[in-house]
Design a protein around this ligand. Structure first.
Ligand code: NAP
Ligand code: FER
Length: 335
């Protein structure tokens, strides 16, 4: 049996390109005693992967040139010689951009498809959902009636942040990269206000209009000039959740700043970065809560799905163009 895999061949300069990756074919052996064979159904592409293919310092070693590209995956057990896993089980893990993997179970979790379709293991019930939940509730600590502003609001994390903030009784505003995304935030996700940062230049004026009572919690997925503008419109005791800085991920020179920290002094505000992995011991709590909200119809999610393992590099690059509404996924298995 053959396994198709996508490897990293060059470390990108600036925006990654398809030629930084290559599709290869390798032999796939059968599982040994105590192991099982998994077929990848969906793989996830995420902004953090930009950091894994560069050579900057990180919590994890970068992907080596020639290695299979890393990333979250969900799949079906095809064949098992492991006592606890059986053909047909759905499992979630981190085996990267390839069609098959063999596991002994230590690096994989079972996914309960009675909660939601398996693709959600990489989205609302997976890493992005956990990020939204803990970043907003634990770092942002929103109170009912407060104004929450979220940048990157139509993406996997941002769309959940806005909906959870609504559940908590907040006034919610957000920014995204097109009028269609803005319409989705307002009509489907219950945002109180939203604007397209690509269609306006004066962010400060827009923020004043969108958030007439000022901003109490800023959930920042983006960084850059938009974040500079938010700093000028925060309230006393505001909390700035530094979740992502996608505006900077392809920068070839380090950004200058932050230079607007004066506003933190005047407003006695707090800006705090976090990594979702620090909350791993509480993922179950968040998954149970989000699954309940899904069943009650209190949160919705969107997925943008492209087909075929070979589409993964373009799907990844598309994150930086804003091609995705909600969670960007690649469907790997053909049936
Ligand atoms: P996503 O929002 O689903 O996809 C990325 C989105 O970013 C795109 O759809 C695009 O939408 C927007 N974008 C791209 N370039 C931009 C730019 N220069 N300025 C403004 N927006 C831009 O991705 P996600 O998985 O939900 O991640 C969102 C953010 O959270 C990322 O910054 C990511 O690194 C961060 N994150 C952090 C953690 C953590 O542990 N701290 C965990 C997960 C994710 P538009 O059309 O709106 O431009
Ligand atoms: C992300 C951005 C950055 C993310 C993780 C990181 C899980 C961590 C980077 C590092 O420690 O180098 O979106 O998602």
């Amino acid at each position: 049996m053959k396994n198709r895999q996508i490897i990293l061949v060059t470390r990108p300069e600036g925006l990654p390109k398809a030629a930084d990756f290559r599709l290869i074919e390798s032999e796939m052996r059968a599982p040994d005693e105590g192991q099982f064979l998994v077929r990848t159904e969906f793989l996830s592409v995420d902004p953090y992967m930009r950091g894994r293919i560069g050579d900057q310092e990180s919590y994890a070693e970068p992907v080596a040139l020639g290695d299979v590209m890393v990333g979250g995956t969900v799949g079906t057990v095809l064949e098992s010689r492991h006592p606890d896993y059986h053909a047909g089980d759905v499992v979630v893990g981190y085996w990267g951009w390839q069609e098959y993997t063999i596991s002994d179970g230590h690096d994989i979790q079972r996914f309960d498809t009675s909660l939601a379709p398996m693709s959600t293991a990489l989205g609302v019930l997976g890493m992005p959902g956990m990020t939204a939940y803990f970043g907003l509730l634990d770092i942002g600590q929103p109170e009912p009636g407060e104004t929450v502003f979220v940048s990157g609001a139509a993406g996997a994390v941002g769309s959940m942040v806005g909906q959870i903030a609504k559940i908590k009784g907040c006034i919610v505003a957000g920014s995204a990269g097109s009028q269609a995304k803005v319409q989705h935030l307002l009509t489907d996700l219950g945002f109180d206000a939203a604007f397209s940062y690509k269609d306006v230049t004066d962010y400060t004026t827009w923020l004043r209009e969108m958030c007439p009572q000022g901003i109490d919690v800023y959930y920042d997925n983006v960084g850059g000039p938009l974040t500079d503008a938010v700093f000028t419109h925060i309230n006393q005791r505001a909390r700035i959740v530094v979740c992502g800085q996608i505006d900077q991920y392809n920068a070839t020179r380090p950004a200058r700043g932050p230079r607007l920290l004066w506003h933190l002094i005047v407003k006695r505000a707090r800006a705090e970065g976090f990594l979702v992995f620090d909350f791993a011991h509480r993922y179950r709590e968040a998954q149970e809560q989000i699954a309940q909200w899904l069943q009650e119809g209190k949160v919705k999610y969107r997925e943008t799905i492209v087909d075929g393992l070979e589409s993964a590099p373009e799907a990844f690059i598309g994150l930086f163009r804003g091609d995705n509404l909600g969670k960007q996924l690649v469907r790997v298995a053909s049936e």
